[in-house]
Ligand binder design. Structure first.
Ligand code: ADP
Ligand code: MG
Length: 256
């Protein structure tokens, strides 16, 4: 991964010719092929594609968890945090403890940890839930904790991998509003992976559509509609249906 040379760059994330092959020889699998796009600082980008097209691979490369096979990814001096569909909280720790552990890993001292975690619980609207254990919370609340923990890492780039995919529609709707609010308040840059077209349009400044495997950038769709948006608004539905047509055509080209 190359390191940004220009300071004050407009881009939080820059991908240039990124390819990823898993394995070697006859069993080698090309997951991503020559993916290039930029994400502006403060931008909210939805990444959409059929299952197995390399969306999770893309985020793990940006997070630096996996080596690239070709190309470069530049996140300059941004701090990146990855959030999954399953919130992966420590079950033996309280809600506050799960947030504080992220602070401890950053060397924040005990008294400050308490205060910061309480404030972060306010941000995700879980004030008063600090002493609960994860199993006492609903799925939506657990994702709020995971979001607070990501913020505790002081990340300014959030990589979200279908974070609301396991939630019911109503809870997801509310979390869309909350995420949008936090993104704005904290001036975050978000890369939001989903296979839900309406969700991609509801949230994104732009939707990047990936092809079926190997993942390539098929098309990009700017979302012009003003915020706040509603997932069931006619404007969201209209763009979503145009994108769905592209996605359908792509999936049928690949016979799956
Ligand atoms: N660690 C791995 N080793 C081998 N193949 C993998 C690995 N991770 C993902 N793949 C393969 O790469 C392709 C893309 O996977 P993934 O990025 O998880 O897709 P998506 O998130 O879009 O569903 C799939 O065919 C998957 O089986
Ligand atoms: Mg995935």
């Amino acid at each position: 991964m190359s390191v940004g040379t220009e300071t004050g760059t407009e881009h939080a994330v820059r991908l240039d010719g990124v390819s990823k092959t898993y394995g070697k020889g006859r069993t080698a699998l090309l997951a991503l092929d020559d993916v290039s796009f930029d994400v502006r600082r403060g931008e909210f980008v939805s990444i959409l594609g059929a299952s197995g097209c390399g969306k999770s691979t893309l985020l793990s490369l940006i997070a630096g968890l996996d080596p690239l096979s070709a190309g470069t990814i530049d996140v300059s001096d941004h701090r990146v945090s990855l959030m999954f569909q399953e919130p992966a909280l420590f079950p033996w720790l309280t809600v506050a403890g799960n947030i504080e552990i992220a602070l401890r890993m950053r060397g924040v001292e005990r008294a400050a940890r308490r205060e910061r975690s309480a404030r972060l619980l306010d941000v995700v609207r879980l004030e008063g839930f600090g002493r609960k254990r994860p199993h006492e919370l609903s799925g939506g609340m657990r994702q709020r904790v995971a979001l607070a923990r990501a913020l505790a890492q002081d990340a300014d780039v959030l990589l979200m991998d279908e974070p609301f995919g396991a939630l019911d529609a109503m809870t997801r709707d509310i979390l869309h509003d909350e995420l949008e609010r936090i993104w704005r308040e904290r001036e975050l840059t978000v890369l939001f992976v989903t296979h839900n077209v309406r969700e991609a349009v509801r949230l994104g400044d732009r939707v990047v559509l990936l092809s079926s495997r190997p993942g390539r950038v098929l098309k990009e769709f700017p979302v012009e509609q003003r915020r706040p948006r509603r997932i069931d608004s006619p404007q969201v539905a209209e763009l979503a249906s145009a994108i769905t047509d592209e996605l359908r055509a792509e999936v049928s080209r690949h016979g799956r």
